[in-house]
Design a binder for this molecule. Sequence first.
Ligand code: NDP
Length: 249
Amino acid sequence: MKSFDLNGKVAIVTGGNGGIGLGMARGLAAAGAKVVVAGRNAQKSAAAAKEIGGEAIEVDVKSEASLKALVSETVKRCGRLDILVNNAGINIRKQPQEYSLAEYHEVMNTNLTSAFNCSQLAYPEMKKSGAGKIINIGSMMSIFGASFTTPYATSKGGIVQMSRAMACAWAKDNIQVNCVLPGWIDTDLTRGARKDVAGLHERVLARTPAGRWGDPADFAGIAVFLASQASDFLTGTAIPVDGGYSVQG
Ligand code: NDP
């Protein structure tokens, strides 16, 4: 299975210190990549990096200066950058009329603008080495709407289109840009949602053909596939990893 081998590759996973990001980081590390775990919480990042034999670098993805420092520090410590997983994300749950503009921007900057910014910063490193893989994280809210999640759904719809546009631009540089659309996964993010949104837990179980919530470990395989040579002819896609949630009629 040489085409899945990531030995010698260097990956950044934003928000790689917990939840889905850590699930992906574990997969990439198991396939041989050196993984930079990039988050705000230094303690969480250090623990994750230690577990997977990677590096921890503090970042606030909302800040261009912080993202610049992340990419340059990665190249300084690890020598190159082959794989970027734009995973950091937040949600603020309200009805559309209740958001302040600051809250809207907080979600958009964290979930979407950061991915644009970090991909731009990673591009020269990938172009230099003649190959690159960018994995963006969408959501079921890239496909569906929900009353309590307007800025989040806006960001997650946008990231699919952003991935397609970058995929077209950078295919000639042998850089593939794809999007993963998680279903309902048991993480800190959704623990909050389950508390706030009455009946959500049961509705997810009833609608998911697999009959369970997803686990961060469900993202190791897709991360390795999209980061490896095995997916070299795959770009601009948006792949649901959702236990069938999005195909249930
Ligand atoms: P978690 O809350 O467990 O993880 C979110 C991660 O994002 C944390 O590691 C956090 O790091 C990081 N993060 C948030 N804001 C920033 C910031 N400003 N700068 C740097 N890092 C930041 O949630 P999930 O694992 O569930 O979410 C991961 C991604 O998956 C998100 O994009 C989310 O939208 C998406 N997703 C999740 C679904 C689910 O059901 N769980 C479904 C669909 C999509 P730190 O703690 O250090 O701040």
